[in-house]
Design a protein around this ligand. Sequence first.
Ligand code: UD1
Ligand code: CA
Length: 462
Amino acid sequence: MKCAIILAGGKGTRMKADCPKVMCHVIFRPMIGYVTDAVKQAGVEDICVITGYRHKEVEDYLNSIDSSIKTALQEPQLGTGHAVMQAEKFISEHSGDEILILNGDGPLMDADTINKAYDYHISNKNSITVISAIVDDTNGIGHIKRDEKNNLLCIVEHKDATEQEKEIRESNSGCYWFNGADLKYALGKITNDNAQNEYYLTDTLEILIGAGKNAGAYVVENSEVVLGANDRKQLNDLNTIMRKKINDAHMLNGVDIPCTDGVIIGKDVKIGSSTVILPNTIIIGDTVVGNGCTIGPNSYLDNARVGNNVVLDNCKILESTVEDNADAGPFVKVRANSVLKKGVHIGNFVEVKNSVVGEGSKSAHLTYIGDSDVGSNVNFGCGTVTCNYDGKNKYRCKIGSGSFIGCNTNLIAPVEVGEQAYIAAGSTITDNIPEKALSIARARQVIKEGWVDVKKPYKEKK
Ligand code: UD1
Ligand code: CA
């Protein structure tokens, strides 16, 4: 059985964040979420995450994504080796298995690399396999030291390295496969005799080699997968790489992104072919977009369900559904729990909240539809407002199919408009309207002839 320990106890001082480092976001999602995904995708069945600094935040997040993930608390945080020691019980349970250890702040590590390293580890009967990469910037990493015959010797942390050792470009990714029993043995031998007075996990390499065990390094083909983030600049680099990776995958699937400027798509988002994504569009969460849609420019979709042939221009769609052939925008906000049914047309400056708008209904401009059940083929005049809140409670409006709501109508909820009813422009509707009725709820117009000449309301022009 494959199992994994993920290190997530560190504070990440250089990040200057008020959350644990692994909770810092890459494409709107904590880094550790990518690591648990990669590990699971690689076929790992049992996961233990080492938590420490502000551990509750990490534990709550992990629980929200997969309640089967175990955690072990490291307090205080005395280094990566010390972190792994806290998983003593987990390691004992898996002493007959191969254990993957990796950093929670390396979101680009992927299942393919993990599995290739595993195959290398097994075929060489290794006690330890370090995943390494040849990198240009070796600042802060562990250098992989080899003898003249290219055999592994040890890992020297940058802070402990001599000038000569700092020249070594092969670096430790912080990701390893260990034989369970050998890991347990090596952890018992680690000391904190180094520049940082920490218990380094990296010391296990030299310890196992010294005990006559097989050790190897699996050098990755694409060194990006080993990148981690220690500060906000590196976090931005990871965002850039991840963003490109995701956008490229969608393009290869037939999504048209003519210009990727400002296009940010979350890892779990699904988009159908021949859909066009225009600049400055952010699509995140569990959003699913169908085929042949045009999304953007300047749109934001979070946990949205979008059908086929939908047009969303300058829209914000949150936790809502937009069915086939509907179109919205520009400047439309659809808030949680709303459904725009097939062929709905929502125009500029319209907000929909917690409402169902039935098939073919239209609201072309300047309208608020809140807490409402709207039938099909309803026409909302410009400036319609559902007055759903009395300052204390929210109430619903029911608007029957085929009804016509005149411009500048206020519907004081709770109220019902019957099917095919008409409302005269400027009405404030407080009572239910029967079907096919016309309702006029406004003061009758008064005309005062010659009033201006009598009252002289304007200053006389000289
Ligand atoms: C570590 C490796 C280094 C490697 C680099 C790759 C050691 C000693 N060094 O260094 O060889 O090149 O990763 O990124 O292992 N953590 C804990 N508890 C602790 C300390 C850290 O859980 O007490 C966690 C952190 O939250 C982080 C991970 O371990 O997720 C790595 O810690 P970090 O301090 O970033 O290690 P590096 O100095 O980068
Ligand atoms: Ca690091």
